[in-house]
Design a protein around this ligand. Structure first.
Ligand code: NAI
Length: 248
């Protein structure tokens, strides 16, 4: 239950969907949590209260993860507040789906900036602290489509494939300093991001998933807790699917 007692975590995009699930799961496991949000001030405050009720320290920080300057400030604020950093979760992400024929340069760039540059920004910003401590677990929320590709998601799939390669490179570069870096590749997880999809189409997709259901934010968050804990201390550079068997 207190698998993450005394651990200090930083999570991007923590006010809804998978990010909210991760923030709550980390706190339930005993970690103090600083989390970022872009604009949802009241949701952020509600989550802060929920975390404090779980008996941990909590700090919401307004920050656009696609901005390197804002991210450095947010990370510095988090480290000051937490007094160190053990777990870093790059969760913030967006979709701008369109067939390539219709995809604009803006739709491509926006997804790369929010999904991939954000991971670079956060990793750069936390590195100095993790190197000083000689410890840390960085967890990047990727997607199965980063491996398989997906029609209508060339921008998104490219951003997640980039994230996977970035993850492996960081694992190789920082492993000797006891800093681990892994990616989680969710399949279909029911969140606000997927609510906008045609639900009949979603039901058809679920038929082809061996476990015959969509995943929940908790399904992803449980793996984040494990990868953030000392139980996973020999696991780095991996992209681990949480997809109900969608991709085998
Ligand atoms: P969501 O849209 O419900 O939540 C994403 C959160 O990230 C939002 O709170 C949003 O404000 C925040 N965010 C986006 N860009 C940001 C930025 N630049 N700075 C700060 N915050 C930012 O999405 P969901 O479903 O919870 O997805 C979370 C992560 O999981 C994303 O990286 C997504 O690509 C990934 N994922 C989701 C899947 C799904 O089926 N829901 C499947 C595979 C991966």
């Amino acid at each position: 239950m207190n698998q993450l007692q005394a651990k200090k975590a930083f999570v991007t995009g923590g006010t809804r969907g998978i990010g909210k699930g991760i923030v709550l799961a980390l706190a339930r496991a005993g970690a103090d949590v600083a989390f970022t949000f872009r604009s949802s001030v009241s949701e952020a405050n509600d989550i802060k209260i929920a975390l404090e009720n779980l008996g941990v320290k909590a700090l919401p920080i307004q920050c656009n993860a696609a901005s390197i300057d804002e991210t450095q400030k947010a990370v510095d604020t988090a480290i000051d507040f937490l007094g160190g950093l053990d777990i870093v979760v790059n969760n913030a992400g967006i979709t701008r789906d369109n067939l390539l024929m219709r995809m604009s340069e803006d739709q491509f760039n926006e997804v790369i900036q929010n999904n991939l540059n954000s991971v670079f920004n956060v990793t750069k910003a936390v590195m100095r602290q993790l190197l000083k401590q000689k410890s840390g677990s960085i967890i990047n929320i990727s997607s199965v489509v980063g491996n398989s590709g997906n029609p209508g998601q060339a921008n998104y799939a490219a951003s997640k494939a980039g994230m996977n390669a970035f993850t492996k490179s960081v694992a190789k570069e920082l492993g000797s300093r006891n800093i681990r870096c892994n990616a989680i590749a969710p399949g279909f997880i029911a969140t606000e991001m997927t609510e906008v999809l045609d639900q009949e189409q979603v039901a058809k997709w679920m038929e082809s998933v061996p476990l015959k259901r969509s995943g929940s934010p908790e399904d992803v968050a449980n793996l984040v807790v494990f990868l953030g804990s000392d139980s996973s201390s020999y696991i780095t550079g991996q992209v681990i699917n949480v997809c109900g068997g969608m991709q085998i």
